[in-house]
Design a protein around this ligand. Structure first.
Ligand code: SDX
Length: 428
């Protein structure tokens, strides 16, 4: 028996269906509310509003649970394989060995950029923000691969996805090399996904960068932990752009732009700058927390807090453990990890953070791990985007394939001036 909610407005009673998800989450179906009552709901940041049914990722923020297609993220840590998880997210199940091999070969086939893109890079300012380069260049894939402007079947989606997932790595590495005034290093078809990215980032002519298994695993895991997170800001943007039937490249480029925000994927850069300031002595951990709690101060404790997690972000837990493992491998300890730990200890004992259930999120430790791999701070959000790309593609595909899918077009509560008349210029 379908459960109902009763809404009483101006003495009139309206019955609304209550929908239930596979994990017991419940939602009041208001999809016909305005038609039946003349009313809309008001939820500016959509914190209380479900915008779709999705089978991709389940997040239980109260209990710190994250599952991709039902599989807990903790189960990917043993033998982390980012491309296997990308396939899982996009196609809905774990790939067979043959499917994984075929997809990896497709990624290798499409790892190069059109030489026109390489020439475009020559005209980009060397101090251009890498995220600006990434969003512009991902968008430009729409004119280099315009055969995918319309993706109407799984095969062409797979082709477009392979180009995006493979080339985003090359674009990111080229952006970094451009900023360093170093020659572009072409992808090596003999290398696996993460090893190839680090090769393009750090090899120099006649001296190939050779990744260790520990670092390769760590980068696979970093990308896996960033791969999807249900209806976060950037994924919602990708769905909204895709709902207008915009192509996959344009939709993912919009996701890159949303992710760049310091409250979203840009937080990993803010965290490192915050930790660096403390390390340089410009700020004490105690002052950092005071500033974060001061409502007159725009500063926030970056890497802390989350719209959904009111418990420890399970990704932060894994990333924190990974830091130790990688430091042991690179035989170098980063003092920023000690500072991060101190900040976490102070915050988790501070009533302000405890009362608001603010815990470390995915961005709090990710930068320390990326820095241990030699990746510079201004490339951290780019790495977040490389990881999140399969999630954006999966969300876009789900939106695209929804037979009930309609263009996203929210309503508003108008609070502007009531009707008035135009005043000719010489009478103003
Ligand atoms: C990501 O959505 C996702 O899934 C995102 C993500 C993903 O995988 O896609 O998980 C990735 O974006 C992680 C979040 C990265 N951002 C940061 O670390 C920036 C710092 N965090 C905050 O800006 C904030 O916590 C957000 C943006 C993450 C969440 O914002 P909300 O849900 O709008 O929370 P809020 O601003 O309403 O905060 C509730 C209260 C407020 O205080 P009061 O008005 O109740 O007094 O908590 C306070 C906030 O001021 N607060 C913080 C804080 N986070 C929340 N105060 C100080 N420092 C913080 N970090």
């Amino acid at each position: 028996m379908a459960q109902k909610a009763t809404l009483i407005v101006d003495g009139k009673q309206f019955e609304l269906s209550i929908l239930e998800g596979t994990e017991g989450e419940r939602a009041i179906d208001i999809s016909r509310l305005r038609e039946e009552t003349g009313l809309i709901t008001f939820d500016p940041s959509m914190a209380n509003t479900g915008v779709c049914r999705s089978e991709i990722t389940f997040v239980d923020g109260e209990n710190g649970i994250l599952r991709y297609r039902g599989i807990p993220i903790e189960e990917f840590t043993e033998r982390p394989n980012f491309i296997e998880v990308a396939w899982l997210l996009i196609f809905g199940r774990l790939p067979t060995r043959d499917e994984l091999t075929a997809f990896s070969e497709k990624l290798t086939e499409h790892e190069l950029l059109h030489e026109g893109i390489k020439h475009q890079f020559q005209h980009i300012p060397v101090d251009a923000p890498p995220m600006a380069i990434l969003s512009a260049t991902v968008s430009s894939l729409a004119y280099y691969h315009h055969q995918f402007l319309s993706v109407e079947d799984t095969e062409s989606l797979a082709e477009a996805a392979a180009r995006l997932i493979s080339k985003v790595r090359t674009i990111a590495a080229f952006a970094y090399r451009r900023s360093q005034g170093m020659p572009f290093i072409y992808p090596d078809p003999k290398l696996r996904y993460c090893a190839n990215f680090l090769h393009m980032m750090f090899s120099i002519p006649y001296r190939q960068y050779v990744v260790t298994p520990e670092i390769e695993d760590a980068l696979n895991l970093v990308f896996i932990l960033h791969a999807d997170h249900e209806q976060n800001c950037s994924s919602s943007v990708v769905r909204a752009v895709g709902s207008a039937r915009a192509n996959l490249f344009a939709s993912c480029a919009a996701g890159v732009s949303a992710l760049w925000g310091p409250l979203h994927g840009g937080a990993n850069v803010e965290v490192m700058q915050m930790l660096e300031r403390i390390h340089q002595g410009g700020l004490s951990p105690e002052q950092c927390l005071r500033d974060a709690k001061d409502k007159t101060n725009p500063f926030r404790l970056y890497g802390f807090g989350h719209r959904i997690y009111k418990n420890y972000d399970p990704r932060a837990k894994i990333l924190k453990q990974m830091c130790e493992k990688v430091f042991a491998q690179v035989k170098r300890h980063d003092p920023l990890l000690d500072i991060a730990r101190k900040l976490e200890e102070l915050a988790l004992a501070d009533p302000y953070f405890v009362e608001r259930r603010l815990y470390p999120n995915v961005d709090f430790y990710s930068g320390i791990l990326l820095r241990a791999m030699g990746i510079p701070t201004n490339m951290f959000t780019v790495c977040f985007a490389i990881g999140r790309l399969p999630g954006w593609i999966a969300q876009w595909k789900e939106q695209h394939e929804d037979p009930a899918g309609r263009i996203v077009r929210p309503r508003q509560l108008y609070v502007g001036p009531v009707k008035k008349h135009y005043v000719p210029l010489d009478e103003r």
